[in-house]
Write a protein that binds this ligand. Structure first.
Ligand code: KMH
Ligand code: ZN
Length: 275
């Protein structure tokens, strides 16, 4: 079993509105403050969605580049850009995210119902993302919203080879309405399916909404890593809105320490992921 815990913070996402969730970091300054504080609390990777001046999700190339540079300047976090964007983003814009040259980018392994929407990820698009990341030395985080997405990942690696650097890292995004449930039983089933993937494959898990805590505990007890943040969770406990991403990272760090799997430093995380 892995000893330390890789903690990824996903501070913003594309779904929550600033007007409804005022603590959401949407400006570059807010993102940088969050990133520095979350790093100090135990995060080693940041999964980034950005917003425009009206706090709407955007994949604006200039802003993405500026964000990557600013995060590198201010922190030692591994910078992972979302190629998922918002459900309305066109494929071309999602592919162009890679032009901002992050350390990592997400790569969702299939289409999934997403509440009332559909998060579309065609096979050819997935292949494009994977092969472009291979060419550019960007490490994918394969996002798994449903168990069949792991079969797609097996097929992808079998046909197109390993990511640049050879390390395979997946993230189970659980509890999305339309995807796999955020339960211990499902996480164990997903983890068992990793046996078909290359030796050394690592996984993190996040449970959206009220599945956050069950998924976190299940991930820690099965050797997995954690993703937390306001992209996935805006309620800390019944009737208590999340006050900040730092509150969620602090809770994850506390659980990881209780499990005797303390947070990895950014240096240890880079070693684990080969970055
Ligand atoms: N916002 C969702 C539609 C990713 O970042 O790659 C997609 C998402 C996954 O958040
Ligand atoms: Zn995301």
């Amino acid at each position: 079993m892995t000893t330390g815990t890789l903690i990824t913070v996903a501070p913003t996402g594309a779904e929550s509105a600033k007007a409804e969730v005022p603590a959401l970091p949407v400006t570059l300054d807010e993102l940088l403050v969050t990133a520095k504080e979350c790093e100090a609390l135990g995060a080693s990777v940041i999964h980034v969605h950005i917003r425009d001046d009206q706090a709407r999700p955007t994949l604006d190339q200039g802003r993405l580049r500026e964000t990557v540079a600013a995060l590198r300047d201010a922190t030692d976090l591994i910078v992972q850009l979302s190629s998922g964007g918002a459900v309305t983003d066109p494929e071309a814009d999602r592919l162009a995210v890679l032009d901002a040259a992050p350390d990592m980018a997400s790569c969702t392994m299939g289409t999934v119902n997403f509440g009332d929407d559909v998060f579309l990820n065609r096979w050819e698009f997935i292949v494009d993302l994977h092969t472009r990341m291979q060419e550019r030395g960007i490490l994918p985080e394969y996002e798994i919203f449903d168990l069949g997405h792991l079969s797609a990942l097996y097929r992808l690696l079998d046909r197109y080879g390993l990511p640049h650097g050879g390390h395979v890292h997946v993230d189970f995004v659980m509890g999305v309405p339309g995807g796999m449930p955020g339960t211990t039983a499902t996480l164990v089933a997903a983890q068992q399916m990793l046996r078909d993937l290359p030796a050394g494959t690592t996984f993190s898990a996040t449970g959206v909404g009220r599945s956050t805590i069950p998924v976190m505990l299940a991930a820690l007890s099965t050797g997995g890593h954690l993703r937390v943040g306001m992209e996935d969770t805006v309620t800390y406990a019944k009737g208590r809105p999340v006050e900040s991403n730092m509150q969620l990272v602090a809770r994850a760090t506390g659980f990881a320490q209780l499990a005797q799997r303390p947070p990895l430093t950014t240096t240890e995380a880079r070693r684990l992921l080969g970055r």
